[in-house]
Design a binder for this molecule. Structure first.
Ligand code: MSP
Length: 657
């Protein structure tokens, strides 16, 4: 990706389709890339649009009793509205029925015809209506369309048509792809195209006789034909930025830095498109990046299976930002990814509600309670502070690198690590205890470092979650406008004394209790997916036996117990009871006292900082006159007792399931 400018494109979507998860994903990805580049001060241009000619639109129009143009005018709005809703910041939206596109396509066709790059010939072949592509007999698989994922019946067609001399560029293209490894990304897709090019390349049929299909751009040199929809559509990437109409603009943006596509349209973009550009004597895009597909429950989404994810529904239910974050964090670019509500909620609750949301509310609450709502000044620094600062600043570099490599998922994972490290820092330094004890200087350091991390994190996440990160930044007392990258690389931007805003809950946890019963029964909605599956156990013919003497319980019995992670803040002996310890614990932000029978196994001083598991919804009780509000879990065997702890780092308050 070159750094002087950034021009990113999405495929133009068939206008008659309803925006689905695939459209939303590519467009959000392009938006995120454009926003990161703008943040880094790189002039950027982001293009998307709609593909409005061809058989699909013409058939849909016929069915609806409209002209194809009326049909397109009616349905294009769905895309435009969707992109508005998803906070897409495209610089242009091209429709292939616009005069600015049609006239330039005709000029290109005329030019190529004049240069003998296009010729007329009789054609005899097989045509797939859905893919709008011709195939030779030997291309077909079992007599059906060979396109991946298609396999539909093909029609035998015999007619006179116009052809683009694509075959003559075969050797050049192979060489170009080998010499420019960045041109097709990821690498395995490059190999796929090179594999395709091992077979002899045919010339490309670029016309359709009007007698068969009239909805398209008329060939300027033969009015009995319109141009093939793909030939027309691919040219949008240059017509929109001024090719043959605004040379200065065109020169500014072309070649594209990154053309995003789904893996199913690799051939059109890495064989047709580069040869067309070569014939026009234009440079090729720096990178064509083919991403994987979103699957649902590991299966292809299809209306028949009823597993199609509606992006609008998710955005309405969980917020646009959370939806954008999920798509970016979950798909490892290039690979397929699975989209189910379970997967969505798991990531939402972990990364956003528990980690980020928890960090923010802890920091705001502590500053509100102990620092008069003002960012405190820094006292003396130790290794923990140096470490935290290093991790946060390194994440900025790592994100820049991830963006350049198109690995937003990796960049986001780095940010998630910073957030987790900061929560860990709070647990280690115990600012709530510092506050209570009045240790202002040390508390100030901890709070200042946490606020600075939040500032950097909010900047790094801004391109993915623009609305919520602005809210977060405002809460930190930062300006409303978008952050700039150089300030993210600098430590110490927030000035002590700056006021912190009102407490906010950016990403409320979506707990099972918040869902109604009907939803909880459906696999998709529950927050406890693993257990939700075991809910089906009673349906099994042979239930798994419980340990002897212990009655089996229903899943619903288990759900009555709310298990959470907690952190021990302090411990002391209960007078007159040699087995009992009185523990002060924190479940998330909530302080509790519990009494535990572990005094013979743990000394009070061993316990602060330990992360344990507690039953959080046990009715309060008095044990030896001391109030106990919950119960910790421990296991014992052969006279040894050990606390149940969590394998790995999780903030306190995480639900154990
Ligand atoms: N009109 C052509 C593109 C012309 S570009 C010059 C087209 N349109 S489309 O609307 O059918 O598809 C647009 C994109 O959606 C493709 O990149 C395709 O890969 C993508 N997706 C469709 N379903 C998808 C998923 N389930 N997951 C991810 N992307 C998928 O093709």
């Amino acid at each position: 990706m070159q750094s002087a400018k950034f021009y990113v494109t999405t495929p133009i979507y068939y206008v008659n389709a309803k925006p689905h998860i695939g459209h939303a994903y590519t467009t959000i990805l392009a938006d995120v890339l454009a926003r990161y580049h703008r943040l880094m001060g790189v002039p950027s241009f982001f293009l998307t649009g709609t593909d409005e000619h061809g058989q699909k639109v013409s058939q849909a129009a016929e069915k609806a009793g409209m002209t194809p143009q009326q049909q397109a005018d009616g349905t294009v709005v769905r895309f435009q509205d969707a992109w508005k809703k998803f906070e897409i910041t495209n610089d242009d939206f091209i429709r292939t029925t616009e005069p600015r596109h049609k006239t330039v396509v005709q000029a290109i066709l005329q030019d190529l015809f004049d240069k003998d790059e296009i010729y007329r010939a009789d054609y005899d072949g097989w045509y797939c209506v859905t893919c709008e592509r011709f195939f030779t007999e030997k291309d077909l698989i079992d007599g059906k369309c060979p396109e991946p994922g298609c396999g539909r019946d093909v029609e035998k067609i015999r007619e006179s048509n116009y052809f683009f001399r694509m075959s003559k560029y075969q050797d050049w293209l192979m060489q170009y792809i080998q010499d420019n490894p960045k041109f097709i990304q990821p690498d395995f897709r490059r190999n796929e195209t090179l594999g395709f090019l091992k077979k002899k390349l045919n010339d490309l049929c670029i016309s359709r006789p009007k007698s068969r299909m009239s909805w398209g751009i008329e060939l300027p040199f033969d009015k009995a034909f319109v141009t093939y929809v793909w030939f027309d559509a691919l040219l949008n990437y240059i017509t929109a930025i001024g090719y043959l109409s605004d040379e200065a603009k065109f020169r500014k943006w072309w070649p594209a830095s990154c053309q995003l596509i789904g893996k199913d349209i690799l051939t059109t973009h890495t064989v047709y498109w580069p040869t067309m550009l070569k014939a026009m004597n234009l440079p090729l895009p720096e990178t064509v990046f083919a991403h994987g597909w979103w699957l649902s429950g590991r299966e292809k989404m299809s209306k028949t299976l009823g597993n199609v994810v509606n992006p609008m529904e998710y955005a309405d239910k969980y917020g646009v930002d959370a939806f954008r974050y999920f798509l970016m964090a979950e798909m490892s670019l290039g690979q397929d990814a699975d989209f189910t509500e379970d997967v969505f909620l798991r990531r939402y609750n972990t990364d956003l509600a528990n980690d980020l949301g928890n960090l923010l509310s802890r920091v705001m609450k502590l500053i509100g309670s102990y620092c008069d709502g003002l960012v405190p000044s820094v006292g003396s620094l130790g290794q923990d502070e140096e470490f935290l600062k290093k991790v946060a600043l390194a994440a900025v570099e790592k994100m820049a690198d991830a963006v350049a490599r198109m690995r937003i998922d990796i960049g986001l994972a780095e940010v998630a690590t910073v957030v987790r490290e900061t929560n860990r820092y709070l647990e280690k330094t115990q600012p709530w205890t510092l506050g209570k004890k009045g240790e202002k200087e040390q508390l100030g350091t901890v709070m200042y470092f946490s606020v600075e991390v939040l500032r950097i994190v909010s900047g790094l996440l801004y391109p993915v979650m623009p609305t919520q990160m602005i809210v977060l930044r405002k809460a930190l007392g930062l300006s409303e406008s978008q952050p700039d990258f150089s300030s993210l690389k600098t430590w110490g931007v927030i000035k002590p004394g700056a006021p912190i805003g009102q407490m906010i809950n950016l990403f409320p946890r979506i707990a099972p209790a918040a869902q109604d019963d009907k939803e909880r029964k459906g696999s998709a909605m529950t927050e406890v997916p693993v257990l939700a599956k075991t809910q089906n156990v009673p349906e099994q013919k042979q239930p798994i036996a419980a340990p002897a003497g212990v009655a089996q319980i229903e899943y619903t019995d288990f759900t009555k117990v709310q298990l959470c992670t907690a952190v021990i803040e302090s411990a002391e002996k209960v007078e007159g009871a040699d087995k009992l310890l009185r523990l002060q614990i924190k479940i998330g932000d909530e302080a509790r006292q519990i009494v535990a029978g572990i005094a013979l196994h743990y000394k009070p001083e061993e316990l602060p900082g330990k992360r344990i598991v507690v039953v959080a919804n046990l009715k309060p009780a008095k044990i030896r006159g001391v109030e106990s509000n919950g119960m910790l879990l421990a296991a014992s065997s052969g006279g040894v007792m050990k606390l149940i702890t969590v394998d790995g780092e999780l903030p306190s308050g995480a639900v154990v399931k």
